[in-house]
Design a protein around this ligand. Structure first.
Ligand code: AMO
Length: 439
């Protein structure tokens, strides 16, 4: 008999069906064995009573997380408890045939069937193949998948072409020392820190482009928001009038992502006690103004002209109180803390760039780029870099380039903040950090 999904069982009362999946739990009540079976569509109770055909004998060997397949009669379940708030709580299967497809070969290090696993993050990550089977943890990746889908959908609808750019590159884009060097046949190469140069090249050919792809950062930090490989949601668009156009576009993108998650995952958001305010207009604040607010209203004085994570949390609190927004753009970062490609604001020391703060964490950086070749060469020199190292990049600007700009958005940080996860690593299937290269 062909397997059906658990979600199809409620409309098959009185019929014989075959279901297959993983054993979530097995309970023995006197001579009756109850098994909660899990497949990708839901959870179903199976009942096994002593019989002559040997089903009961076979079922005695079944343990949690075994993969099994069973045939039986679908019955309505009197007083079915709402465990998952789903229709399948109202039915059960009286099993007449059972097969162990794949047993568990080792003792399970912890019980994944619990609603909440109270273990530290390293333990959950060390045992990732198992912890991912926990419902609440599994749900993170359904929400994450929606974030990626919504980003792609809305970008295409906005007229951006999806591109994929090389991750093995010859030059470090963002400057600094946070790149991984690799051996590339007889040469030295780097893992891309960002698709920055290639997405700008994309503007030269397609006007509007976006990319969803991995980037690599050799940052030796142990923080709750840094990893060494993450998936960046990039965009770059031509013919902007100012960098305000970018913030407007990005606000629309974020409202779409949040709206889709809220509409499609209300139960998961409730489970994670998540509430999000994404107003029609995201407040914007010059960095210089933000620093004044921090000093005046929060008693926090920043060293230099930048903002640290604590400052970001405080200014996010200010935006929530004053604008009822979980999103805030900080704008006009100084030239000194931005890469050479950032467009300066006229002759000032500020740039036409922004960071987007969501619930106290920077989730995106973006801005207008310099598109005049001579100005770009000067800026490279001002940043103490050598124009000859950027020959291919500079070539883009010798072939006709409109005013343009874009952003890089950290996909995992969005999931982390939407669900209120304590670490970004919880939103990554198999995260990479300074010490973690496995599993
Ligand atoms: P930036 O380096 O600020 O900008 O990165 C953009 C966004 O990527 C995310 N991010 C990270 N996420 C996890 N772990 C990390 N180590 C990490 N580093 C950054 C953050 C951040 O806001 N080329 C520019 C973007 C642009 O101007 O288009 C860039 O890469 O969410």
């Amino acid at each position: 008999m062909k397997r059906i999904l658990i979600s199809e069982t409620p409309k098959m009362i009185g019929e014989r069906v075959r279901v297959s999946g993983w054993v979530k739990t097995r309970r023995d009540h006197g001579k009756i064995i109850f098994i909660d079976l899990r497949d990708r569509s839901g959870l179903l109770q199976m009942v096994i009573i002593p019989d002559k055909e040997g089903v009961y004998e076979k079922a005695k060997d079944i343990r949690n997380e075994f993969v099994i397949s069973a045939e039986g009669l679908v019955k309505s379940r009197p007083g079915g408890q709402s465990r998952e708030n789903s229709e399948t709580d109202k039915v059960e299967i009286e099993v007449s045939e059972i097969e162990i497809i794949s047993p568990v070969l080792e003792e399970l290090p912890f019980d994944v069937s619990k609603a909440e696993i109270e273990l530290n993050i390293p333990t959950l990550l060390d045992n990732r193949n198992l912890s991912l089977r926990n419902k609440k943890i599994n749900d993170i990746f359904k929400v994450y998948s929606q974030i990626i889908k919504s980003y792609g959908d809305t970008m295409r609808e906005r007229g951006f072409l999806e591109i994929k750019t090389p991750k093995i590159v010859s030059a470090a884009t963002e400057g600094g020392a946070n790149f991984f060097k690799i051996k590339y046949f007889k040469q030295e190469a780097f893992l891309a820190q960002s698709p920055q140069f290639y997405k700008q090249a994309g503007v030269g050919a397609f006007e509007r482009v976006f990319e969803i792809g991995p980037v690599f950062r050799a940052e030796p930090h142990y923080t709750t928001r840094h990893v060494n490989e993450y998936v960046s949601l990039d965009a770059e668009m031509g013919f902007i009038e100012s960098f305000s156009d970018l913030m407007e576009e990005l606000s629309g993108v974020m409202r779409r992502i949040v709206g889709d998650v809220q509409r499609n995952f209300p139960r998961e958001l409730e489970e994670y006690s998540s509430e999000i305010s994404a107003p029609d207009f995201f407040p914007r604040l010059k960095l210089a103004e933000a620093l004044q607010i921090l000093e005046k209203e929060y008693g926090k004085k920043m060293e230099g002209f930048d903002i640290d994570p604590e400052g970001e949390r405080m200014i996010a609190d200010w935006a929530k109180k004053n604008h009822n927004s979980d999103f805030l753009f900080l704008t006009h970062y100084p030239v000194s803390v931005r890469p050479f490609y950032a467009m300066p604001s006229g002759n000032s020391t500020e740039t036409e760039t922004f960071d987007l703060i969501f619930k106290g964490v920077e989730i995106a950086t973006g801005g207008q780029r310099i598109h005049d070749c001579a100005q770009l060469i000067k800026s490279i020199e001002r940043h103490k870099l050598k124009p000859e190292d950027f020959k291919d990049y500079l070539n883009i600007f010798k072939l006709g380039m409109p005013p343009h700009g874009g952003w890089g958005l950290g996909s995992e940080r969005i999931a982390q903040k939407i669900l209120g996860l304590s670490s970004i690593k919880e939103a990554i299937l198999f995260p990479r950090d300074v010490k973690r290269l496995t599993p």
